[in-house]
Design a protein around this ligand. Structure first.
Ligand code: M6R
Length: 357
């Protein structure tokens, strides 16, 4: 039920802080300890490499998941687009674990990989929003994202829920491997939920920015580095999917290797900065595009902001920043689609779950 909301997508964007808090409560017991099936923990611990397989927005969550698992649990991870994996057949490690990320649990491209790796006898874990879905039933293990039904074709709350569950899995495995982290993952996720709420309450600001930057444009670039680059890929997918504006996410450092040729007077560029080590580099990328006439909407995190930045995000743990940086990107896509009179919840040519390969 979308109630008073004009679109499911807006309702689902708004639900995100609640979903993160729900995940926090579902994955901890009365003592504040993590509840994860010990068999899942053992499989991750035993794996010499994890292969994350997914499509679309879930693939983008998988890119963030790679960073989380590598940085927090020190496990090597490769993230693959499901439809590419089957044909490229990368050389696998000796003890791989496959993690399938899928909101619906029905995506045919991902299932194709699951069927193939099961034949090879490799273990699998599905992270999904739908209990009893095909990918959940056919994998060895399941972790649920508890996001509630997602109706809009554009995925929003499923993405942030997937990242939260991947973070919990990473912290759980780190603990099992004896890797010390001085932080409480549930506390950090709760802080992230609060920060998401703050951004959700700034809808007018995003609406104004859409008007200012995207009103007259058929294209838009998103630039970021490291984990921000992954959030940029997701921001660009959201924008193209529902507003039909041609959008691309780029790693800031790649601009000078070709893409900067496309920047001209008035080209909108949305730049993201949530990681202090990349601060100087992304700021200089912004200067490079400004010098070519780009209209830059700068989204930075508190502590890294400068006076004229358009959107400032509350500071949260450095590994969790996509949870909050994606909120303005989702809202920008939403308002751009509304302004253009697009069918926000049911964009043309797309289906909610893609059950053909
Ligand atoms: O149900 P899944 O997570 O497996 O779906 C994967 C993609 O089809 C999906 O994320 C798609 O990219 C969304 N429409 C993006 O908003």
């Amino acid at each position: 039920e979308k109630g008073l909301y004009p679109h499911y997508m807006l309702k689902e964007i708004d639900e995100q802080p609640f979903v993160i808090r729900k995940i926090v409560s579902k994955y901890q017991d009365g003592n504040g300890d993590l509840i994860i099936d010990p068999n899942i923990r053992d499989s991750v611990k035993e794996a010499d490499r994890i292969y994350i397989i997914a499509c679309g927005t879930s693939y983008h969550a998988g890119l963030v998941g790679k960073q989380l698992l590598e940085k927090i649990a020190e496990i090597p991870v490769e993230t693959h687009i499901a439809s590419e994996f089957l044909y490229n057949r990368p050389i696998l490690s000796t003890n791989p674990l496959f993690i399938f990320i899928s909101q619906s649990g029905e995506t045919a491209d991902s299932r194709g990989v699951l069927v193939a790796i099961k034949q090879l006898g490799y273990p699998s874990l599905t992270i999904t929003n739908v209990p009893g879905s095909t990918l959940s039933r056919e994998a060895n293990f399941t972790l649920l994202t508890h996001a509630g039904p997602e109706i809009a074709v554009a995925s929003t709350k499923a993405y942030t829920a997937q990242i939260a569950v991947l973070a919990i899995l990473a912290f759980d495995c780190a603990r099992a491997k004896g890797i010390q982290h001085d932080i409480n993952p549930f506390h950090e996720l709760s802080l992230a939920a609060n920060a998401m709420e703050i951004m959700i309450n700034k809808k007018e600001m995003m609406e104004e920015n859409v008007w200012k930057y995207l009103n007259a444009s058929r294209t838009c670039f998103f630039i970021g580095r490291s984990i921000d680059y992954y959030a940029c890929l997701e921001g660009a997918l959201k924008l193209k999917e529902i507003s039909y504006i041609q959008a691309e996410g780029f790693a800031g450092g790649e601009l000078k290797h070709g893409t900067i040729a496309l920047i001209e007077e008035g080209t909108p560029v949305i730049a993201l900065l949530t990681q202090s080590p990349i601060k100087g580099n992304i700021r200089s990328n912004v200067q490079e595009v400004l010098a070519r006439g780009a209209h830059v909407c700068m989204i930075s995190m508190e502590g890294m902001e400068e006076k004229n930045d358009q959107i400032v995000l509350p500071a949260i743990h450095e590994h969790l920043t996509p949870l909050v940086s994606v909120i303005p990107l989702q809202l920008i896509a939403y308002y751009a689609a509304v302004y253009r009179g697009c069918d926000v919840d049911k964009p043309r040519n797309l289906a909610k779950s893609v059950t053909v390969e």
